[in-house]
Design a binder for this molecule. Sequence first.
Ligand code: BEZ
Length: 212
Amino acid sequence: MALRLGDIAPDFEQESSEGRIRFHDWLGEGWGVLFSHPADYTPVCTTELGLTAKLKEEFAKRKVKAIALSVDSVESHKGWIQDINDTQSTSVNFPILADSDRKVSELYDMIHPNANETLTVRSLFVIDPKKKVRLIITYPASTGRNFNEILRVIDSLQLTDHHSVATPGNWQDGDDVVIVPSLQDEEVIRQKFPKGYKAVRPYLRLTPQPNK
Ligand code: BEZ
């Protein structure tokens, strides 16, 4: 059965451009982003991996490690990484799983046979420190992902895990957030949100982002 939000991200051992990886050990205590690509030496993937490398500091600030995957060999990955570094003016600073036997692709349901029988689609999983899957997105091969959106969702997850809020559509870090509808006790609300809130409707209560 396909993975769903809240499931434990399946553990695995696989080769990568940085050696053999035992996934849960490699994740450690932090967050992870596991994302697949159709194949090495493809144009859209090349730009995506370059972008991810350039966002290393942004991922690190949020205690997130990135790991990519395609169904090619370690040798192929190593050659491709040189190309990515040259063409994207960066230095790939995260591992790429060499999933030639499709062990991980099948475990994570990254091959969608009606889209392509052998290649992985653009799957992406955000995994939290308890190894739970917190975001799943699937893009077609022809559309590169927006990695700033991935960071935005991670910001939202990390905020909403610690405060009784949710983030509205198009929210960006620093914008107002909404108080979760389940929180009704005015005294508790006053304690949790000392900056106050604006009730646009009884169910739509906006408050300044509590951790800013
Ligand atoms: C790419 O990654 O560039 C790509 C892969 C498959 C189809 C189209 C583009």
